[in-house]
Design a protein around this ligand. Structure first.
Ligand code: KIV
Length: 267
């Protein structure tokens, strides 16, 4: 009889943190890439609102709508067999608990996501979502939805006061009931400290080697994004024979602690 592929759950990700196995994660936006990523054994697919930039050609993630997110999440989950799927709540889709619950329902019921991600330490919103059975992934460090406040995409938490705030916010997010946390573009030492302090898995992007897992924007790691690739990313296509091979190389590099290297990290 053919072996049934078991879909990963949050318990599998928690167990990976407990035993020290790194969690691999890539963004995905459509069925064909979803299938390739899944077949390569990547643990988590994130339907990121980065789709606004890499798929829709916008300059920021701000214009992405909940309808866009539901559409792309559905495309990804249609082809997924094993990977755990997280979908982003887009800009201003979680300004109140009610608003967040309505939009999380869209992503989970129509899109098929297993978890939603939101940017910032909005603990009241996280608590409300969790109380209604919505698993939440937090996101701290560089918050792309706040680009119009930040003015530029750059490393966060370099000053000790800012680092302290990020570390405290991470604890508050865990206490509010989040099951996962993404740390984007912060010094490796800070990400290491947060990963050690939290019991929930911490997935890094530009946050050094010592997070519990690594995520990259798919189009960056395939070298097909418009514009300059961020320092923390790596073009895995450069040394591969094709897309599936590049994704498998990323998978191996994360599991074997070969990625990210020092050149992809911040001090
Ligand atoms: O939207 C996205 O792709 C993300 C990653 C950068 C973590 O949130």
């Amino acid at each position: 009889m053919p072996q049934q592929t078991q879909m990963l759950s949050i318990l599998d990700l928690l167990e990976m943190k407990r035993v020290g196995e790194k969690i691999s994660c890539l963004t995905a936006y459509d069925a064909s890439f979803s299938s390739l990523i899944d077949l390569a054994g990547i643990d988590v697919m994130l339907v990121g609102d980065s789709l606004g930039m890499v798929v829709q050609g916008k300059t920021t993630t701000v214009p992405v709508s909940i309808e866009d997110m539901v559409y792309h999440t559905k495309c990804v989950t249609n082809a997924r067999r094993r990977a755990f799927v997280i979908a982003d709540l887009p800009f201003l889709s979680y300004f109140s608990s009610e608003n967040a619950l309505i939009n999380a329902a869209e992503l989970m019921q129509k899109g098929g996501a297993q978890m939603v991600k939101l940017e910032g330490a909005h603990t009241v919103i996280i608590d409300a979502l969790v109380n209604f059975g919505v698993p939440v992934c937090g996101h701290l460090g560089l918050l792309p939805q706040s680009i119009n406040q930040l003015g530029e995409y750059k490393v966060q938490g370099k000053k000790s006061r800012d680092a302290e705030k990020i570390a405290n916010d991470a604890k508050r997010i865990e206490q509010a009931g989040a099951s996962l946390l993404v740390l984007e573009c912060i010094p490796a030492e800070l990400a290491k400290k947060i990963s050690q302090e939290l019991t929930i898995p911490v997935i890094g992007i530009g946050a050094g080697l010592e997070c519990d897992g690594q995520v990259l924007v798919l189009y960056d790691m395939l070298g097909i994004s418009i514009g300059k690739r961020p320092k923390f990313s790596k073009n895995f296509m450069a040394s591969s024979i094709g897309i599936s091979d590049a994704i498998s190389q990323f998978q191996r590099a994360v599991k074997q602690l070969d990625f990210p290297a020092a050149e992809h990290s911040y001090n």
